[in-house]
Design a protein around this ligand. Structure first.
Ligand code: CA
Length: 250
C-alpha cells in the first residue's frame, strides 16, 4: 500500500486531549489495516470492519466520531450503509473513500448525507486534511458523557438521545452542543452572540444573523418542552439571552 512508506515519515502532530474515534468500513484488508495504523499514528482511536452489515451496526452504537466508508462492500454496499446511518444519525461525520469515481457516484454519496468523498487511490495527506476538517466541524461535543435531567426531561449528550416522559427524543449534534453549553453555564443567561461564538464557532458573532440561534432554540423547545409556547426549561430572558432551568442542580 502506498501509505505505509508515507507513514514512516509522517510526524504525529494532531494529538488532542480527546482522541477522535474513527470507524473504518473497508473490505480490502490491507487498506483497512493501513488506515487503522495511520489513524492510531495520528492519535486517533480506530476500529476496522470488513463488511457493510457489521459496519452499519458499529456506526450506530454512538461511540464513533467519524466513519470512513468504502462503497463496494460485501453485505451492504456503502451507499446503503450511508443511507441507513443517516436515517438514525444525522450528524455522525461520514467520509466515503472509494474507487468509484464517477460524478454520479460522488453526487449520490454526498446526497445521501456523506460529509466528504475521496477517490481511491488517495493521498494520505489529502485524506487526513479532510478528516481534520470534518472533525473540526463536529468536534465540540465529543468528550461529553453526561446525562442532563430536568424534571421529566432526560438528555444523554453522548448519543444525542433523550426522553421527555415516556417519549423518545433524538437530537442533532448542534442541538446537543447548544444544550451542553447552556447546561455548563446554567447559572446565567447566555446571549445569542455568545452561543454563536462558542457553539457555532463564529469569530465575529456580533455580525452574524441571530435567527440561526432562534431557529435552533425553537426546534429544541419542540423536543424538550411539554408546551413549547410556554417554555419552562429553556427560558428566554428578555434582553439577556437563553437560560436552561436547572431544577436538579439548585
Ligand atoms: Ca471495496
Amino acid at each position: 500500500m502506498v501509505f505505509y512508506g508515507f507513514l514512516m515519515n509522517e510526524k504525529s502532530n494532531e494529538k488532542s486531549q480527546h482522541p477522535a474515534r474513527v470507524l473504518i468500513i473497508e473490505d480490502e484488508i490491507a487498506i483497512g489495516e493501513g488506515l487503522v495504523d495511520l489513524c492510531e499514528f495520528k492519535g486517533f482511536i480506530a476500529d476496522h470492519v470488513q463488511d457493510g452489515v457489521s459496519g452499519l451496526e458499529k456506526a450506530l452504537t454512538g461511540t464513533f466520531d467519524l466513519v470512513i466508508l468504502d462503497l463496494m462492500l460485501p453485505g451492504l454496499d456503502g451507499f446503503t450503509v450511508c443511507n441507513r446511518i443517516r436515517e438514525k444519525d444525522r450528524e455522525l461525520p461520514i467520509i466515503i473513500l472509494s474507487a468509484k469515481t464517477s460524478e454520479h457516484d460522488i453526487i449520490e454519496g454526498l446526497s445521501l448525507g456523506a460529509d466528504d468523498y475521496i477517490s481511491k487511490p488517495f493521498s494520505v495527506e489529502t485524506l487526513f486534511a479532510r478528516i481534520q476538517a470534518v472533525l473540526r466541524r463536529s468536534q465540540k461535543s465529543l468528550d461529553v458523557s453526561d446525562v442532563l435531567v430536568i424534571g421529566s426531561l432526560r438528555v444523554t449528550f453522548r448519543d444525542f438521545s433523550g426522553k421527555r416522559g415516556s417519549e423518545d427524543l433524538q437530537f442533532t449534534r448542534k442541538e446537543i452542543e447548544i444544550l451542553e453549553y447552556l447546561w455548563k453555564f446554567h447559572d446565567r443567561a447566555i446571549p445569542r452572540h455568545e452561543l454563536l461564538h462558542e457553539v457555532w464557532g463564529y469569530e465575529n458573532a456580533e455580525s452574524v444573523d441571530t435567527r440561526t440561534v432562534d431557529i435552533h432554540i425553537t426546534k429544541l423547545r419542540k423536543k424538550i418542552e411539554d408546551d413549547p409556547a410556554r417554555p419552562r426549561i429553556l427560558l428566554t430572558l428578555r434582553g439577556e439571552g437563553y437560560q436552561l432551568r436547572s431544577l436538579n442542580h439548585d
